[in-house]
Design a protein around this ligand. Structure first.
Ligand code: 5GP
Ligand code: ZN
Length: 118
């Protein structure tokens, strides 16, 4: 459905299977996949399947759909990579560090000294 999709968006291309990604989770509403340029080992992104630019465009229902899967994905990361901490974060706007303008939640496992949060 065209209105839910932006043909120039890299994450919409991942959703459509037009470009590959290492998917770690998928349901009707969201997909999660490994970041192509991982801040730390296991760095994962969770995105809604509907194209919305940022938190300001996200509906409450879409926010629920994204956050609903975060605990289980965080636990899977913990089990797989055994980090000592984990950040969940979302950047909105270029000046806040956003570089892909399809809403996404970062899950960034932390390992202590050397990963920038030691
Ligand atoms: P932002 O800076 O917008 O918060 O985060 C965008 C993230 O998307 C970055 O961490 C970047 O490495 C990741 N990314 C950009 N393009 C791709 C891609 O084609 N595939 C994957 N898996 N991640 C991507
Ligand atoms: Zn998109």
């Amino acid at each position: 459905i065209m209105s839910t999709h932006d043909e120039n968006c890299i994450f919409c291309k991942i959703i459509n299977g037009d470009i590959p990604a290492s998917k770690v989770f998928e349901n009707e509403h969201v997909i999660a996949f490994l970041d192509i340029s991982q801040v730390t080992k296991g760095h994962t992104l969770v995105i809604p399947k509907i194209h919305k630019q940022d938190v300001y465009e996200l509906t409450p229902e879409m926010a629920r759909n994204v956050f609903e899967v975060v605990p289980s994905i965080a636990k899977a990361i913990k089990k797989t990579y055994n980090p000592i901490g984990l950040n969940t974060l979302n950047n909105n706007g270029e000046k806040a560090g956003q570089s892909v303008f399809h809403y996404h939640m970062h899950l960034i496992p932390r390992y202590g000294e050397g990963d920038g949060f030691g």
